[in-house]
Design a protein around this ligand. Structure first.
Ligand code: AMP
Ligand code: GLY
Length: 438
């Protein structure tokens, strides 16, 4: 019998490339650069704050420029690539880099279908009995309208492809559901979204995000997190990418998280393997905690944003080793991941107009002093020709703080936010209302 591998036989990567340009990627770069053994982290294309992160530098290569990213891996002798966003994963970036011999944390295009096709993900869930709302899929306007009329109630309407979080309508009336169907078949969500849709039963309950790091076979669970998707205080108004988050979510801790692993994550990995998919990356399950137990709302093939910014400060120094072990299919050889006790709170500062038409080009200034328990991650920012940092996206900055209680963590995060400025800055004052007493 072969000897059991020693828990530390998995090395830390010294040079890492992180692909993406958001707050998520800056927080990944920040967390990885702090791991022992890591000498350099490049973030491509990064943003206006990337070069300020200790140990990180920016490479101006678009996430869609697969050839350019491959050349950067070669030029810098990169030992691990971490792909942040879903679009390059769905477009096969991880496959291309892996074929060239680079370990990648992020699934190939086959596994990325978990997020890129809602219909594919629903079929997978149904096949292995993962709890999720009942659904119908339709590939024509007429078919979709017929399903709706037969149901006789307002179903949730979802464009099938990647729609940057904007392809879902939780209809309150049949009329609203009909309008959502018309909009999808009018091509508003591009080719991916226009061709097919999923109609789903509406479920009720609080939403929680669960993240697992997967090496194709084994899983490492991270603390659960709660995002605030709506733009307005009191969880009102249109959906956004996420206006703030907190972790761990008290609604889903210890036992509840283990139940999700058993009911959702392990069957998902088994179903992926049965399809011949060696999934090495994050499995992000967006769950609704219904009165009948957890129900999967969606799967994503990447970290959530801003959940990632919220979680990274809670993770221990083994992170780089563990992501490399996932990329190599060797989680059994990695040390356990330390999770720091305590509460993490994240508040997003957005540009005026977000999530609609935004203003950009405003100068970002900050007097915030980062510390062990307070971080500022840039998202929609860029360096302009004169060296100033300017707004360039809807979600501009993420301020994250950790403390022993959520009250203290949010107090610190909001105090940090008061030290950053740009014209038109907006933010929700009630992030974490579920876990705050003041
Ligand atoms: P998704 O892009 O699938 O995460 O959907 C965006 C949001 O729509 C979710 O975060 C939920 O708030 C809501 N949603 C999606 N599916 C359902 C459902 N079956 N029932 C109720 N709300 C849903
Ligand atoms: N914060 C939700 C997401 O990243 O999809």
């Amino acid at each position: 019998m072969a000897p059991a591998p020693s828990p530390s036989s998995c090395p830390a990567p010294t040079r890492i490339l992180v692909v993406g340009s958001g707050g998520r990627e800056n927080s990944l770069g920040w967390a990885l650069a702090r791991c022992p053994g890591v000498e350099a982290v490049w973030i491509a294309p990064g943003n206006g704050g990337t070069a300020e992160i200790p140990g990180c530098s920016q490479l101006e290569i678009a996430e869609s420029d697969h050839g350019g990213l491959l050349a950067a891996c070669r030029d810098h002798a990169v030992e691990l690539v971490v792909v942040g966003p879903e679009a390059p994963l769905a477009a096969g970036l991880a496959d291309r880099l892996r074929e060239a011999g680079f370990p990648v944390f992020g699934p190939g295009a086959d596994g990325a279908q978990l997020e890129a096709s809602k219909q594919w993900a629903k079929a997978l869930m149904l096949e292995v009995g993962i709890p999720t709302a009942g659904y119908w899929s339709a590939s024509s306007r007429e078919e979709a309208l017929a399903v709706l009329e037969a149901a006789g109630r307002p179903l949730v309407v979802k464009a099938d492809g990647l729609a940057a979080g904007k392809g879902v309508t939780v209809a309150e009336s049949l009329e609203e559901a009909r309008a959502a169907i018309e909009e999808i078949f009018a091509g508003r969500f591009g080719e991916g979204g226009g061709a097919r849709l999923v109609l789903e039963e509406r479920t009720h309950g609080p939403e929680v995000s669960v993240f697992a790091l997967c090496d194709g076979q084994r899983l490492v669970l991270l603390p659960s997190a709660q995002d605030h998707k709506r733009i307005g205080e009191g969880d009102t108004g249109p959906n956004t990418g996420g206006m703030g988050a907190y972790a761990p979510a008290p609604l889903l801790d210890g036992g509840g998280l283990q139940q999700v692993k058993r009911l959702v994550l392990e069957p998902t990995v088994a179903a992926l393997r049965a399809r011949g998919i060696d999934y090495r990356g994050v499995i992000y399950a967006g769950l609704m905690l219904t009165e009948h137990g957890p129900s999967v709302i969606e799967f994503n093939c990447r970290f959530g944003d801003p959940e990632c910014e919220t979680l990274m400060p809670l993770l221990g120094p083994e992170l780089a080793q563990i992501l490399l072990a996932c990329a190599n299919g060797q989680l059994d050889q990695a040390p356990p991941l330390t999770i720091h006790p305590g509460c993490s709170a994240c508040v997003i500062a957005a540009a005026a107009g977000y999530p609609g038409e935004i203003r950009s080009g405003d100068v970002v200034s900050s007097e915030l002093e980062s510390s062990n328990s307070l971080q500022l991650f840039h998202a929609g920012t860029r360096l302009s020709g004169d060296g100033s940092c300017q707004t360039s996206g809807g979600r501009v900055l993420a301020v994250v703080a950790q403390a022993e209680s959520f009250d203290a963590a949010f107090e610190q995060a909001y105090a940090g936010l008061a030290q950053v400025h740009f014209e038109g800055m907006t933010y929700r004052r009630d992030i974490g209302h579920q876990v705050r007493s003041r």
